[in-house]
Design a protein around this ligand. Sequence first.
Ligand code: ADP
Ligand code: GLC
Length: 482
Amino acid sequence: MRVLHVAAEVYPLVKTGGLADVAAALPPALAAQGADVRLLLPGLPAILEALESPRQVIDIGPCFGALRVRLLQALMPGTQLPVYVIDAPHLYRRGGGPYQGPDGREWPDNLQRFALLGWVAAHLASGDADPDWLPEVVHAHDWHAAMACAYLADLRPGGAASVFTVHNLAFQGLFPQPDWPLLGLGSRFMSPAGLEFHGQLSFMKAGLVYADRVTTVSPTYAAEIAGPEFGCGLDGVIRGRGGDVSGILNGIDGAVWNPAADPAIAAPYSADRLAGKSACRHALQEALGLVRDDTALLVTVVSRLSAQKGLDLVLAALPALVQAGVQFAVQGTGEPALEAAFRAAALAHPGRVAVHIGYDEARAHQLLAGADVIAVPSRFEPCGLTQLYGLRYGTLPLVRRVGGLADTVTDGLTGFSFDAATPAAFEACVRRALRRRAEPAAWRDMVQRGMGQDLSWVGPARDYLALYAAALAARAARVAPR
Ligand code: ADP
Ligand code: GLC
């Protein structure tokens, strides 16, 4: 089965969150099960620079306000995965992030930037971009790629099937309605049954409405977004898709996240050889200036610092927990107020709280390896990957029971979970972890149980392949002559 994945970021070239990890790991996992998979990416500077001898597939000419658009093809560096990259210098070759400029504001031409991504995907699927490879399924990730589903519906109703995966419903790609003509779509698309969303146009809706199948990254989040609390105003649309919406849990890339062979950490270890984990703990305490206290419960946070992640709960409970013998090692970037609050916490608790404001992959591995617990107290969490990395590294996840966190952590067996989004509930949960750590055998049982879990992409990839088959069958049934 030929499958085209469409995403705006991919590890290790461009990454703002877990989406990049998924875009890097899922296509090869599908290929390992026999699928013929390619990836389509925007030509952001870090992506273009990494390509080795790309060849031009087609010169598309001017479109979406770009003077010149070309489609390139190469292999994803260091892999056998073919990637298409859209070189549109006017839209993509600039500093800053994939979605925002250096000032943190959304790029003003994001409509054109991500409409182009979806448009090229649809043209690949209709055979007029690369006559040599025609995908049967287009799998679009998040709002950035969602327009692929609308353009596919517009171009060739009988063509490729589309699958849309919601990684985070809170980011929707909303644009002013007057910009509508820039999309070049028929007027039937600009209605409440199409892209229109409360007087704006919504790329997220393009995926939710026009994809043959909609998935999200955990079964619990799939159920949550069908209701008003987590539906971000789109729960009605999601309920309207009924059984077309499902949840498939993310896996993790065992080649990147493996404590037995991780070049970033102080010593290797595995479930039955845990000595290396103590070495990692000591190295981490030393590197971060934390007191070398073997009785302390060392809690790490590796996260975007955004309201989603519930880190205000950590900040509120932190002084009491430090008193109780907890150490914190935090790494993140994001909202300036949260960054400042964590910096202040580190200053207030020298030797007990270490904070690194910044993004650093190698340090993320060191934190995961050296800590006892990774805290993920999110207000909502579509899947969450860091708790999975925690399981793999014998660092027990301590999570709020929502979304993918609820689906991947079993309280008392593989980690700790709590319900109320309150500092008191978080604090009580950390105190439970603290008490459990005082029972070394019980702790080791939990660590080994988590480390023994299969978190690979093998199962999820199998589920996606079955879903692709269902999407193709649904599409074929729809276009078959009656
Ligand atoms: P989200 O995508 O919502 O941010 P996930 O848990 O799915 O949450 O994925 C986050 C990814 O980003 C993980 O790979 C995590 O290790 C990484 N990450 C987040 N913040 C940092 C940071 N400051 N430094 C290094 N890696 C980070
Ligand atoms: C999003 C979600 C996160 C998920 C990731 C990868 O960024 O916030 O929960 O793990 O996508 O699917």
